[in-house]
Design a binder for this molecule. Structure first.
Ligand code: DSN
Length: 474
């Protein structure tokens, strides 16, 4: 028998150790790899992290509490966590050419909360309440907190509307940001489906927000962050960008100049697991004047940092600094555009008519379907997508009228533009063969068609093995 490579040996050994305690967990982990290998994954926010990223997470760094910041912890014995966090920060700053990075957030929501707190704390300290100027915000009494909350006064946020592609954490009620802030939305131009910067400027002038949030989770176009910063400056707002979805495109230098948020925003948040291909987690980048406030993220907003995940973030940032990552980032967009072209050629309607980034938003109302019906019909045919609102969505946020598809994961797997055209064909076949049913969730799709598409999708995937270096031997 030939010798196993390092990745197979490592994952097999890890599963054996886990199996000794509860085989069901080892089986579920192994089955997840099997299921991912079989799945045509078009979820725009998912990806496949490298074996090095995955392996960096399974170790005793997980056992250490390290609240605080590098070299200034609330616990003793954090020297190795300091090393790991320092290296992650070093790679993050170099990767994004950012003056400051904070790599502790556990998720994108956490990163946004850290940023919101930092923005509010920064804005209140000097301009609003002279008497608190010299105080640490953490040392205030309850009475002073009450006074401070009243003094914050302008807690207005201007963010992208949900149906235009904004995210719940950009000031919407199901998220705490919708309670912290009085939110107003900017949207897209009805004709172009693209951000209407003139309307955004007018809304900003009238609403006078403390914070303008750029970024999205379902907008298929580039955003001009230079213009948004100009607008923020005109109204005295802090400009924050949530680049969770497109961080990999910034890291890979596909989004540069006016479209790179780092030089234009006061503060930028991200997740690390989407187009960036890292572990699940978040990070914050900021201009130096906000750094002290961001550093208070833990324990102000976050629980103890996950040192094992910070180790994996360091590996992911290091991988993204390699020259080949730029090629990967460009292929994500090439694939997305090929998928868009393939769908358009077959008669689909796309929000904004195409894409500049990693995602495509299909208007399935044009197929006579709700997003819910389309999502399930595609899933039944072996194609994993998610339903999403589209601008002025007639079906609301639950059923929706859109399907969001993204290419970061399949690009990691090695699929290219020819396969994207085939996928467009498979998607169009399913969507045009599906008939709406008695409710917004029910539909009718000939099982023979679903079966045929599923087999074709699987055949295509067979040529692009996922984690080819990992053989679990089962
Ligand atoms: N869940 C992510 C997405 O799918 O866009 C954002 O939170």
């Amino acid at each position: 028998m030939s010798e196993l490579n390092a990745e197979s040996t490592a994952f097999r050994a890890a599963l054996d150790v886990v199996r000794d305690v509860d085989p069901r967990i080892a089986d579920a982990i192994a089955k997840e790899l099997h299921d991912q290998r079989e799945s045509l994954k078009l979820i725009a926010s998912e990806n496949y992290a490298s074996p090095a990223v995955l392996l960096a997470m399974g170790n005793w760094l997980s056992d250490k509490y390290a609240e605080g910041t590098i070299g200034r912890r609330f616990y003793a014995g954090c020297q190795n966590v300091d090393t790991v966090e320092s290296i992650a920060v070093e790679h993050a700053k170099a990767l994004f050419d950012a003056p400051y990075a904070y790599v502790q957030p556990h998720s994108g929501i956490d990163a946004n909360l850290v940023a919101y707190w930092a923005i509010l704390a920064d804005r209140v300290e000097v301009p609003y309440l002279k008497k608190f100027e010299k105080r640490q915000i953490n040392d205030l009494t309850d009475a002073e907190w009450a006074e401070l909350r009243a003094a914050f006064g302008n807690q207005r946020m201007l963010g992208m509307s949900l149906d235009a592609g904004g995210h719940l954490t950009h000031g919407f009620r199901p998220n705490i940001s919708g309670k912290m802030f009085d939110q107003r939305s900017y949207g897209v131009d009805a004709a172009t489906g693209q951000i209407d910067y003139a309307a955004l400027r007018e809304t900003a002038k009238e609403f006078k927000p403390a914070v303008i949030v750029g970024g999205y989770s379902a907008y298929p176009r580039k955003v001009n962050f230079a213009t948004m910063r100009e607008i923020a400056d005109e109204v005295g707002a802090t400009f924050m960008v949530d680049m969770a979805h497109f961080a990999g495109l910034v890291a890979g230098k596909v989004f540069t100049g006016d479209f790179n948020p780092i030089p234009h925003a006061h503060i930028v948040t991200t997740t690390t697991h989407k187009s960036l291909r890292g572990p699940r987690g978040g990070a914050v980048f900021a201009q130096p004047e906000l750094a002290d406030q961001v550093d208070r993220g833990c324990p102000m907003v976050l629980g103890g940092p996950l040192a094992h995940v910070m180790a994996a973030k360091a590996i992911a940032f290091a991988e993204a600094r390699r020259p080949e990552f730029a090629g990967y980032a460009q292929r994500i967009v090439d694939n997305s555009q090929a998928l868009a072209t393939g769908l358009l050629n077959r008669g689909a309607t796309l929000v904004s008519g195409g894409t500049d980034n990693h995602l495509v938003l299909v208007d399935v109302d044009k197929y006579g379907l709700t997003g819910r019906q389309a999502e399930q019909a595609l899933l039944d045919s072996g194609i994993v997508t998610n339903r999403n609102s589209i601008p002025q969505d007639p079906n609301g946020a639950w059923y929706t009228s859109g399907i969001r598809v993204g290419t970061p994961a399949l690009t990691s797997r090695g699929l290219g533009t020819a396969e994207m055209d085939q996928i467009a064909d498979l998607m169009h076949t399913v969507l045009s063969s599906t008939k709406p049913g008695a409710s917004k969730a029910k539909f009718d799709l000939d099982p023979a068609i679903a079966d045929r598409v599923s087999k074709q999708a699987n055949e295509m995937l067979g040529a692009f093995p996922l984690y080819p270096s990992v053989d679990l031997g089962i």
